[in-house]
Design a protein around this ligand. Structure first.
Ligand SMILES: *Cc1c(COP(=O)(O)O)cnc(C)c1O
Length: 312
C-alpha cells in the first residue's frame, strides 16, 4: 500500500523585522499558525492516527474541545476515520461548530475537562474504540518533534527557543527534536500565563505539582499538571521559566497580528510576548526562536472583546 501523505505542512521560519527595528532583537518565528488546522497539534495527531489506522482502526474517541480536538477532527476527516469528541459544558459554541463542520460527532458531558475526559476513557473501554489523548502520549511528542527537524534545515541552532506549555506535550516534542538534531546548547524558555503556570511551579519544586485552580484566557494552557516526562527532559537542558499575565499574552497576539496578519490565540501570545517583555535582559546578538504554536480558540469576536478589556 502507498504510504499515506502527511496531513501537516512544513512551516516557514520568519524573522520579526519589527522587533529588530524597534528593540534590536533577533527573533525568528516558526509559523505553526499556518498549519491547516491552525496549530502544531496536527503534527502529533497525524502521527498517532496513522499508527491507529495501520492497526486497522477506523473509529476513535477523544475529549478535547480545543486545538487537540480540532486538529484531530481535521486529520480524521482527511483519513476517513470516524471521530467522537466528548467536550465539557464550558466549551464555546464557536469551537463546537468548527469541530462539527469537520463532521465529528460531539457529545457534551461534564462540568470540566477532567469529567469529560474520564467519560471519554470509560466510553473507549466499553465500546472498544481507541482513545486519543490531547498531550500525554509518546506518538504525539514524536510528531511535534518534527518542528525541530524542520528548523534544523531552515536555520542555525538558536541561543534560545521559546515554547508555550499547557500539558507539556509540545514541550516534550521540542525536547525530543532538540535531542535528535543535536541542538543541545540551546536554552529552553517555557512560557505560561500566571493562572496556568503548572510547569514553572513543578520545575521549581523539581517534582510534579498539581494546581488547585486554573484561571487564564490562555485556555490551551489550562492543564492542572504537566506530564512527568517534561521534568526528565528538562534536566538535560538549561531552562528559563517565563510567566506573564493574560494582558501581556493578549497584547502579543495583537502585535503579531499587526506584523504578520495572522490571528493566534493567547496561549500562543504567551510565547510571542517573551522577547518584548524581556528585551532589557536579552543580549544584543542573542538569536531567539519562538514556536508560534497558533490556535483557533480565539475568533474575531473574542479578539475584539479582549481588545476592549486589555487595550494598552
Ligand atoms: C495545545 C496548545 C498549547 C500547549 O500544548 P501542550 O502540549 O498542552 O503543552 C499551546 N498553544 C496552543 C495554541 C495549543 O493548541
Amino acid at each position: 500500500m502507498m504510504e499515506q501523505k502527511k496531513n501537516y505542512i512544513k512551516t516557514p521560519v520568519f524573522k520579526s523585522h519589527e522587533l529588530s527595528k524597534q528593540f534590536g532583537l533577533n527573533v525568528n518565528y516558526k509559523m505553526e499558525c499556518f498549519q491547516p488546522s491552525g496549530s502544531f497539534k496536527i503534527r502529533g495527531m497525524d502521527t498517532i492516527l496513522k499508527e491507529l489506522h495501520s492497526q486497522g482502526h477506523r473509529k476513535v474517541i477523544a475529549s478535547s474541545g480545543g486545538n487537540a480536538g480540532y486538529s484531530l477532527a481535521y486529520v480524521a476527516k482527511q483519513m476517513g476515520i470516524t471521530l467522537k469528541i466528548v467536550v465539557p459544558e464550558t466549551t464555546s459554541e464557536y469551537m463546537i461548530s468548527k469541530i462539527k463542520l469537520l463532521d465529528s460527532e460531539i457529545e457534551i458531558y461534564g462540568k470540566n475537562w477532567n469529567e469529560s475526559n474520564d467519560y471519554a476513557i470509560q466510553n473507549s473501554k466499553i465500546l472498544n474504540v481507541p482513545y486519543v489523548p490531547p498531550f500525554d502520549h509518546p506518538l504525539l511528542w514524536k510528531g511535534h518533534a518534527s518542528i525541530i527537524d524542520e528548523c534544523a534545515l531552515q536555520m542555525n541552532e538558536p541561543d534560545k527557543i521559546v515554547v508555550a506549555v499547557g500539558g507539556g506535550g509540545l514541550l516534550c516534542g521540542i525536547f525530543e527534536g532538540l535531542l535528535r538534531n543535536d541542538w543541545l546548547k540551546v536554552k529552553v524558555v517555557t512560557a505560561e500565563t500566571e493562572g496556568a503556570a503548572s510547569f514553572a511551579k513543578s520545575h521549581e519544586a523539581r517534582q510534579i505539582i498539581e494546581l488547585e485552580t486554573i484561571k487564564t484566557i490562555a485556555t490551551s494552557l489550562a492543564a492542572k499538571k504537566v506530564v512527568a516526562k517534561t521534568l526528565d527532559y528538562a534536566s538535560k537542558f538549561e531552562i528559563e521559566t517565563y510567566v506573564m499575565n493574560d494582558k501581556t499574552a493578549f497584547n502579543a497576539c495583537k502585535d503579531f497580528f499587526n506584523e504578520y496578519h495572522t490571528l493566534v490565540e493567547p496561549a500562543c501570545g504567551a510565547a510571542i510576548s517573551y522577547a518584548k517583555s524581556k528585551k532589557n535582559t536579552i543580549k544584543p546578538n542573542e538569536n531567539i526562536l519562538v514556536i508560534v504554536c497558533g490556535g483557533v480558540n480565539m475568533g474575531m469576536d473574542k479578539f475584539l472583546e479582549y481588545k476592549d478589556k486589555y487595550q494598552h
